[in-house]
Write a protein of this length. Structure first.
Length: 219
């Protein structure tokens, strides 16, 4: 029967429970059914307690699978990785898991999958880094000089309320009345102009019958 899963404390508690049931008069088969274990295991725990006491019931740690790479091989791989990708024959300095797998195979004659290489790098203390995109024309010296000399002056002028050309480019200063501008009246479809008073037509006839020349103008 396979070893039960769980922590060492749980497994030891299970063994002590089995022996307590055995001390209460239950048979090996009955105790095995109660704790879901083989009767032979219960008998082995009983004999171990008889010979070594409660200390014999402690769980011994399993060593697990031995590591594929030795400590010396790991240190050799780390040294080659620290030299850079181009020093190991690649065209760029970008390290990928496939490139690291190639280096491991070259220096240690061991082949790993890319996913396992990522776990190895994590165990070595390396982390994934995204390469930063920069222009080839970038001049680091001139950038640092601008940050040291010009940028403090830009911040002072902006703080004093004087718009620097850089501030105007990034639109730091906005007119306060721009939010109240509603456009021209003609663009509003619901706008109707105010009524204008009719001019005085004199005694030319009733109001509902305008003169002929006025009719022509209106038409």
């Amino acid at each position: 029967m396979a070893r039960p899963t769980g922590s060492a404390e749980l497994i030891e508690a299970r063994r002590h429970q089995a022996l307590r049931l055995l001390d209460q008069g239950y048979s090996l088969a009955e105790v095995g059914r109660m704790i879901d274990s083989a009767p032979s295991s219960v008998m082995r725990w009983r004999d171990a307690r008889t010979q070594g006491g409660s200390q014999a019931l402690k769980v011994r740690p399993t060593p697990g699978r031995p590591p594929t790479l030795t400590h010396t091989q790991q240190q050799r791989i780390i040294k080659r990785l620290m030299k850079g990708a181009m020093a190991n024959g690649f065209t760029t300095e970008l390290w990928t898991t496939s490139r690291v797998a190639t280096v491991i195979q070259q220096c240690c004659k061991v082949q790993f999958h890319r996913s396992h290489v990522a776990r190895l790098l994590h165990d070595f203390g390396f982390s994934c880094q995204k390469p930063e995109r920069r222009a080839l024309e970038r001049d680091e010296a001139r950038i640092e000089e601008w940050k040291r000399k010009d940028w403090p002056q830009v911040k002072k002028r902006c703080a004093a309320g004087c718009a620097h050309r850089l501030c105007r480019r990034i639109r730091l200063h906005v007119d306060s009345d721009c939010s109240t501008y509603l456009g021209t009246r003609g663009s509003d479809p619901g706008y109707s102009p105010p009524l204008q008073p009719c001019p005085d037509l004199g005694d030319r006839g009733p109001v509902d019958q305008p003169p002929a020349h006025a009719a022509r103008v209106l038409l």
